[in-house]
Design a protein. Structure first.
Ligand code: GTP
Ligand code: MG
Length: 641
């Protein structure tokens, strides 16, 4: 069952923790220092029964010095519970927390106007007007404002009802999305070991799962799972989970995350749509150092505006964030920016690309980013594939590199595959443009190779593969070549590839070389020279070897041994002579062959090797015997390779 997460917000001492206790019975200020100072320092958690739904409440500190904890608690919250003390009214952290809830994209807000026992009716009216005015200028305009008193126990049912009504609004979390649990606490329990807690942002976690820990990248085994102190077999999105994992605690901290086992990696570069609050003290300039709060992580970064030299307060634009440590991010994530010094909330925005390619700012680059930010999911998937180009995109990774959640992304992928907008090669997807370009490049390459090597009947696959750009995913070229073969645009010849109509042939420019070689070998008969012994003009001709191979394939020449080619007719006559003049069944020595063929040892050896190979003779130790006789004169039709 998916849960609901409610997060408090509001100025210090306005009564957040007291209200949570009045609602749930739990005192979330559990640290000794919190008890001593009477303030909240770190996040507190309690379970709230709203009848129709059980919610997890995250209680945050109001103190200015602990805003980092507040942001970690507010990230991933479904409903913000803004607590304003009626006697004090709207104060600085009331505003700042509201900005943070807004920047983090928290979907809904309920305001508790508390400590009403301390004010009279007239004052209460002023406080209501104060709060309503604050909401007026924000996304939360019209949110319910419920007067309560934690100490007198007044208005609590009305507040519960307001929260339950807000909770009933359709949420965005789906269980079949990718598992992601940003960690907000880490501790060790004797006998259990390392325990991490956090809100499951998406997906499901089971008590015996193997998950991936980011940014480390380790696979870790879960050995226990609890929700609000009760062991469970699995937990869905929106649950506050305590997870016992089989791993050392040492380098775990708030900001790490558990995600589904797979190729998700933490990243150090983000392209974001960022907004600077009107109250920000200075513009964002190239290389401005900022604190980035994303999910439960806080990391320093350099922020560089992409569509101008600087981003002014009150404006929004495309910004590249170079993080000083890798974080777990997903397209569509919201984040908060805080100034390095003085530490104030200055803005925030939405993650658009988690592993941006290196591209120059240009109108088309901004159109691409705008699609990723605002386009529908199919448009985002298509844009992502187009942008990945020759490298392609791992299909599973689209679930976090494209916003919208895995079910919507998978749906879009299926639709693209069905209508040819995308191609799948193994686990990698390519856009149709890349695919078509690859086909064009490889076909052109096959034509070019034939033109460059007219004597070669086909082109090695490797030569064609090399024609695609360096960053091409390995499997693409082969998949496209196979596709071209299926379409009849290429054919396989001895493992190499050729255009179906192409025949290797000696063109007019090589005809003289062919004549010269044929004349030379015909004249030599069986006393053939090795290629190295041919006249330099022949020997050194760049087309000699392909020509010899072609003449061999055409049957004009026979390859006796490496570098020894002989005229086919001469070889056929030699075979005839051996069969006719030499006794069958007897062991024959070199001298016997020399007598019949009249050749020197140097020329005899390649020929005899050839006779053995094509089965005219058979070796018996140092001697040979004739193989079963065949009609004289049938030279082997095809030569050896
Ligand atoms: N009279 C009255 N006092 C309240 C009420 N709610 C809280 N208080 C008092 O206000 C003080 C601050 O309350 P907390 O709940 O700790 O305030 P907080 O907002 O959690 O403060 P931080 O977490 O430090 O930001 C305490 O002394 C509470 O007893 C209320 O409804 N009426
Ligand atoms: Mg508190």
């Amino acid at each position: 069952v998916s849960g609901l997460v409610i997060g408090t917000a509001g100025h210090i001492d306005h009564g957040k923790t007291a209200l949570v206790r009045a609602l749930t019975g739990v005192d979330t200020d559990r640290l000794p220092e919190e008890r001593r100072r009477g303030i909240t320092i770190d996040l507190g958690f309690a379970r709230l029964d709203l009848g129709s739904v059980t919610a997890a409440v995250v209680d945050v500190p109001g103190h200015e010095a602990f805003i980092r904890n507040m942001v970690a608690g507010a990230a991933g919250v479904d409903v913000g519970l803004l607590v304003v003390a009626a006697d004090d009214g709207v104060m600085p952290q009331t505003r700042e927390h509201l900005h943070i809830l807004d920047l983090l994209g928290v979907p809904a807000l309920v305001v508790a106007l508390t400590k009403t026992d301390l004010v009279d009716g007239e004052w209460l009216e002023l406080a209501v007007a104060d709060v309503t005015g604050l909401l007026e200028g924000s996304r939360f305009r019209g949110a319910p404002v419920v007067p309560v008193s934690a100490s007198a126990g007044r208005g609590l049912d009305a507040l519960r009802q307001a929260l339950a009504r807000t909770a009933a609004l359709p949420g965005a979390r789906t269980a079949d999305d990718v598992l992601r649990l940003p960690i907000d606490r880490v501790f060790t329990i004797r006998g259990t070991g390392t325990v991490v807690t956090g809100t499951i942002w998406s997906g499901r976690l089971s008590a015996d799962a193997t998950v991936r820990l980011l940014p480390h990248g380790d696979r870790v085994r879960v050995r226990g799972l609890q929700i609000h102190g009760v062991p469970v077999a699995d937990a869905g999105a929106g649950s506050r989970a305590a997870v016992a994992i089989v791993r050392e605690r040492q380098d775990l901290e708030r900001g790490c995350a558990l995600v589904e086992d797979g190729p998700w990696e933490a990243v150090s570069r983000l392209v974001v749509r960022a907004r600077l609050l009107p109250g920000a003290q200075r513009p964002l300039r190239g290389r401005t150092r900022v604190r980035v709060h994303l999910a439960t992580a806080e990391v320093m970064a350099r922020a560089a505006p992409l569509d101008g030299a600087e981003l002014q307060p009150g404006h929004e634009g495309w910004v590249e964030l170079r993080l000083e440590r890798p974080v777990t991010a997903r397209a569509g994530d919201r984040f908060v920016l805080r100034a390095y010094s003085p530490v104030t909330t200055v803005g925030g925005g939405t993650v658009v690309e988690i592993d941006p390619g290196r591209r120059r700012p240009s109108p088309s680059a901004f159109r691409h980013l705008a699609t990723l930010l605002d386009g529908d999911v199919p448009a985002c998937v298509a844009a992502r594939l187009a942008d990945r180009g020759w490298s392609g995109a791992e299909r599973v990774a689209l679930a976090w590199t494209v916003r919208g959640g895995r079910p919507a992304v998978e749906h879009a992928v299926e639709a693209l595959l069905a209508d040819g907008g995308a191609r799948e090669v193994g686990t990698v997807l390519f856009g149709d443009r890349t695919w078509r370009e690859a086909r064009a490049v490889l076909l052109q390459g096959a034509d070019d190779a034939h033109a460059a090597h007219p004597l070669r009947p086909a082109t090695p696959r490797l030569d064609l593969r090399r024609l695609l750009p360096r960053d091409t995913a390995d499997a693409l070229a082969d998949a496209v070549l196979d596709d071209l073969v299926r379409d009849g645009l290429l054919e396989v010849r001895d493992g190499d590839l050729a255009r179906p109509g192409f025949r290797a042939a000696v063109g007019p420019d090589l005809a003289p070389l062919r004549e010269r070689v044929m004349a030379l070998l015909r004249e030599a008969r069986l006393a053939v020279p090795h290629v190295d012994e041919m006249p330099p003009a022949v020997r050194d001709h760049p087309s000699l070897w392909p020509l010899l191979r072609l003449l061999e394939r055409e049957g004009a020449l026979v390859a006796l041994a490496p570098g020894f080619y002989a005229d086919r007719q001469a070889v056929a006559e030699a075979v005839g002579a051996v069969r006719a003049e030499m006794p069958a069944g007897q062991e024959l020595r070199l001298a016997d062959f020399r007598k019949v063929l009249g050749l020197s040892r140097k020329h005899l050896l390649p020929l005899l090797g050839y006779l053995d190979q094509c089965g005219v003779t058979r070796r018996v130790g140092e001697t040979r015997v004739l193989a079963t006789a065949e009609p004289a004169g049938t030279a082997p039709a095809q030569s050896m390779k």
